[in-house]
Write a protein that binds this ligand. Structure first.
Ligand code: FES
Ligand SMILES: [Fe+2]
Length: 450
């Protein structure tokens, strides 16, 4: 189907000052048009290569900083078969350890994704070996009965840990580069949103029957909007997308509050765009302009009234007041970044089965004057199987196909991904994985962690 563009998206040419998010379109990387082998999504051998060559090399998101705000607060996070203990230290820094007792291998803290408060030390529930907050042994009962003494490592095995953007990050790579080097352009791009001002409103994990990359792919192109999200054609422009690939990470900028050129102009403002207007504090009934001007009217309204609504938009450009600045932090973090909220996904591989994964979903909202603090409760983590909970219409639509995609990927009749230009971020994602597996990042020039 050929589509007729009714009005080109106007993109701002003005970043919000020298510290604003860069808006420049990057030249498109030349990544060819080869088929991406389906085997990368189905093969246990490829999954093992990914674990050794990629997952154990990169920086990974562990938790939100305010999950563990005070000394002794701690939380376990999981990646693949590993369990990692994140601990707030007395000096307020965060350290990360393999969550395993050095005696007979019991997990030191049982249960993942549960922030726990104020430990003074950690006691293994098997034989009472004790560890200080910094991971060192504090007591080994009957130590004199171990002729070899205590394990020479001195305590829990530590992994690199650092913080950025209100989140705690860790890496299983003892030679990893500093987090800031790894993140590259990301802090410059996303610091203006001040995620630390946002408050969590939802945190769930759903087990999906697909490879983790199938889920990453599902959120990093807009081509599927006309396929599975027909209602969004009255909410965003799925064709005029700015795609930017950086070294390892990538983004696209997608205009909200507009019509897709795939649909004919409706006689009145479509309901999803009215939602955008009301969200900004506008009354759609008194709006007299064209549907094509709503986006700019919303931007102007938020710029004018943001401060009185208790929202500081001063570091954001006009487009950021309406649009989705959509970032992928390699390898498994998707951030739908908006002025008033952050919808964040994390894809985690199943420890043994390339046909399964864990989809972590967080919502964070920027509280304005009208935020209902009285009824606010910090969300606790909940885990579901596919179909046991809704993640909202749009993500439910995204999730629906994925088990079928995975079964198709396993078919003899399917050789691999046949990607178009709208799917450039998927090609870039695969190139970065392949670069890791080829050892491109094996020798960073400087070490990370602390
Ligand atoms: S396994 Fe931890 S004390 Fe024995
Ligand atoms: Fe989608």
């Amino acid at each position: 189907m050929k589509v007729r563009r009714q009005q080109k998206i106007k993109r701002t040419s003005r970043p919000a000052g020298p510290h604003g998010t860069p808006i420049k379109a990057e030249p498109k990387p030349k990544l060819g048009s080869d088929l991406i082998p389906a085997e990368r999504y189905t093969s246990a051998d490829y999954a093992r290569r990914e674990w050794e060559g990629m997952w154990k090399k990169v920086w990974l998101l562990g938790c939100r900083e305010d999950d563990i705000p005070e000394p002794g607060d701690h939380m376990v996070t999981e990646i693949g078969g590993e369990s990692i203990l994140l601990v707030r230290q007395q000096d307020k820094s965060v350290r990360a350890f393999y969550n395993v007792c050095l005696h007979r291998g019991n997990q030191l803290v049982h249960g993942a994704h549960k922030p726990l408060e104020g430990a003074s030390d950690f006691r293994c529930r098997y034989h009472n070996w004790r560890y200080k907050l910094d991971g060192t042994f504090s007591d080994i009962p009957d130590l004199e009965t171990f002729p070899q003494g205590a394990p020479p490592c001195g305590g829990l095995n530590e992994v690199a840990c650092d913080t950025w953007g209100s989140f705690v990050w860790f890496s299983l790579n003892p030679d990893v580069e500093p987090l800031r080097d790894y993140l590259g352009v990301i802090p410059k791009h996303l610091d203006p949103y001040h995620f630390e001002r946002m408050t969590p409103t939802r945190w769930v994990t759903v087990e999906w029957d697909c490879n983790w990359k199938a889920s990453v792919d599902a959120f990093n192109e807009s081509y599927h909007v006309q396929g599975i999200h027909p209602q969004l054609l009255y909410y965003l422009d799925d064709l005029d997308i700015q795609i930017d690939c950086y070294e390892r990470h990538n983004r696209y900028l997608i205009a909200f509050g507009v019509l897709s050129p795939r649909v004919v102009s409706p006689s009145e403002i479509p309901p999803p765009i009215k939602v955008v207007m009301r969200g900004a504090g506008m009354d759609p009934a008194s709006y007299e302009g064209s549907v094509y001007d709503v986006r700019e009217a919303v931007q102007a309204h938020k710029r004018k009234h943001g401060a009185e609504q208790g929202k500081d938009y001063s570091e954001l450009n006009d487009d950021q007041l309406t649009d989705d600045y959509h970032y992928m932090i390699f390898p498994n973090i998707t951030m739908n970044v908006h002025a008033d909220d952050l919808m964040m996904f994390r894809q985690r591989p199943h420890p043994t089965d390339p046909n399964k994964m864990f989809f972590d979903y967080w919502m964070f909202e920027l509280p304005g004057e009208d935020f209902d603090w009285e009824n606010y409760e910090r969300p606790t983590h909940r885990q579901f199987k596919y179909g046991e909970t809704s993640l909202g219409l749009v993500i439910d639509q995204d999730a629906y196909n994925l088990p079928f995609v995975q079964r198709g990927m396993n078919s003899e009749g399917y050789p691999g991904l046949w990607l178009g230009e709208q799917e450039l971020r998927i090609r870039h994602f695969h190139k970065t994985i392949e670069d890791y597996l080829a050892g491109k990042y094996d020798n960073p020039s400087s070490k990370g962690g602390k």
